[in-house]
Design a protein around this ligand. Structure first.
Ligand SMILES: N[C@@H](CCC(=O)N[C@@H](CS)C(=O)NCC(=O)O)C(=O)O
Length: 199
């Protein structure tokens, strides 16, 4: 059985939980609390020298960090990862978009607003994070106004990757009322078989 080292309220970790549930992959969940320094202990750094969750221990004992690499590994050979060359690349396109143009803004704004004390100086970053986050949401809205999902016109791991922090974007001060196509897509994702909520 695989072991997922994760934090229950992290969208990056939720992606892995959601994919494992929907692919019916049995797993053991080990809660790792970064606020207590648990991602920086020598023991954890031996699993992932980058000191971040999610990190998965596979059945052969190998450790695999990075949410999107884990999704790719788990979904290989399943309907959640198309094999047709361009469709496969489209899945990767949106997963790279999630990590570079979406998560650093939408997730970080949520972290500052939701987890840090109100007097944190990091609040000064919020206007820029929200501006860049809205740019990413606008790109998604434009795509979803024409397509039901991000790739291959069906539910794939690209949807799982983008759902994780989009569905809770309100926590970071993003009003999704401006994005009707995203809201419809969130509903479609939530209706997929074996869907589980974050926390
Ligand atoms: N690119 C990584 C990001 C992972 C990440 O930022 N994890 C955070 C929790 S959401 C973490 O472990 N932070 C603890 C730390 O940096 O010590 C992924 O997608 O897995």
């Amino acid at each position: 059985m695989i072991t997922i080292y994760g934090m229950s309220d992290s969208g990056n970790c939720y992606q892995v939980k959601l994919a494992a549930q929907q692919l019916r992959i049995p797993y053991r969940w080990v809660e790792v609390n970064s606020a207590n320094g648990e991602t920086r202990t020598p023991e954890f750094l031996a699993r992932n020298p980058n000191g971040k969750v999610p990190t998965v221990q596979l059945e052969n004992g190998a450790f695999l960090p990075e949410s999107n690499a884990i999704l790719h590994y788990l979904a290989e050979g399943t309907p959640l990862l198309p094999t047709e060359r361009l469709a496969h690349a489209r899945v990767l396109q949106w997963m790279f978009f999630e990590q570079y143009s979406h998560e650093p803004y939408v997730a970080v704004a949520r972290y500052i607003m939701h987890y840090l004390p109100p007097e944190t100086p990091r609040r000064a970053d919020l206007p820029r994070l929200q501006e860049r986050g809205h740019q990413a949401l606008a790109v998604m809205e434009q795509h979803l106004a024409k397509e039901p999902f991000f790739a291959a016109r069906r539910y794939t791991i690209a949807d799982i990757a983008l759902y994780a922090y989009t569905h809770c974007a309100n926590d970071g001060g993003f009003d999704l009322g401006r994005y009707p196509a995203i809201r419809d897509w969130l509903t479609r994702v939530k209706e997929q078989p074996a869907h589980v909520a974050m926390v």
